[in-house]
Design a protein around this ligand. Structure first.
Ligand SMILES: C[S@@+](CC[C@H](N)C(=O)[O-])C[C@H]1O[C@@H](n2cnc3c(N)ncnc32)[C@H](O)[C@@H]1O
Length: 262
């Protein structure tokens, strides 16, 4: 059920996601991929590739490889660049043969997986012995005044609770000790997790354009009747206009994980 909700959510937001936000996240997707030994890889996959921002970079890092993007959501994968393998697939039931991939990269995906142990075991099975794995996950969040204002305005307009929270495994994937244990239990070795900084500073207009479509508050906003929704957005615009540019900085820590299939 939750996987169906996640697919529905990404289908709804795909066009907006495939803009500035994909570019913001791609910085980290590229950085973690740079840690993998891909020069002689023959088959490399990004699982949960979204609109496929990383695929060109993977092809550069792995010039001899077939590069494949796979994603649960057809509306996302359709946006990935042509010329790469593009597969609609759930990470938890991967369509790849055992030991058929030399590397798997999963930036900003693991927290979405309702059955993380099942998914990590499936990924590990798809990798050749010694094959490499990389992921990026959210960890700590610094105070974010613009987001606090956004939540307050949504609350003041009596928006119902988020009907489909999207991060069922975040308690594990945000914690380097728990994430390392999950990877080791799934059969990965040489697990290395580093804590990195995330920083993004949108303008007020960019913040609102993103937040009214993507995320938990956008799902709440969508449940308001049209008139209250319009009033809520106007109130948010007024309240956000009072803030300083620094109040829009979204920052915190993220985890870069790398490992080898044991
Ligand atoms: C935050 S986006 C990350 C996209 C891309 N990796 C990036 O860094 O921009 C999460 C993606 O994971 C996909 N996803 C979520 N659950 C999945 C699953 N069980 N199997 C495959 N893909 C999944 C979503 O459809 C979405 O495209």
């Amino acid at each position: 059920m939750i996987t169906k909700d996640i697919r529905g959510n990404y289908a709804r937001v795909a066009a907006t996601y495939d803009g500035a936000w994909a570019d913001v996240l791609a910085v980290h997707a590229r950085a973690v991929s740079d840690r993998l030994p891909l020069a002689s890889a023959r088959r490399v996959a990004e699982l949960g590739c979204g609109p496929g921002r990383l695929l060109d970079h993977l092809a550069t890092l792995a010039p001899q490889a077939q590069v494949i993007g796979a994603d649960l959501t057809e509306e996302m994968i359709r946006r990935a660049p042509a010329g790469y393998g593009r597969v609609v697939a759930d990470v938890q039931t991967l369509p790849f043969a055992a030991e058929s991939l030399d590397a798997v990269v999963m930036p900003f995906v693991l927290f979405h997986l309702p059955d993380l142990p099942l998914a990590l075991s499936a990924v590990r099975r798809s990798l050749a012995p010694g094959g490499s794995f990389a992921a990026v996950t959210w960890s700590g969040h610094d105070p974010h005044p613009a987001y606090d204002v956004w939540v307050r305005v949504i609350d003041e307009h009596d928006a119902p609770a988020d009907p489909s929270p999207q991060m069922p495994s975040n308690a594990v994937t945000s914690d380097p000790v728990k994430l390392a244990a999950a990877l080791e239990t799934a059969g990965f070795g040489q697990v290395d997790i580093t804590v990195e900084r995330f920083r993004h500073q949108p303008t007020a207009a960019e913040f609102l354009a993103h937040s009214r479509v993507i995320g938990s508050m956008a799902r709440r906003l969508d449940l308001l009747p049209p008139e209250r929704r319009t009033a809520c957005l106007a109130a948010a615009e007024r309240a956000l206009a009072e803030l300083s540019p620094e109040d829009f900085v979204e920052s915190g820590t993220i985890l870069y994980s790398t490992a080898r299939a044991a």
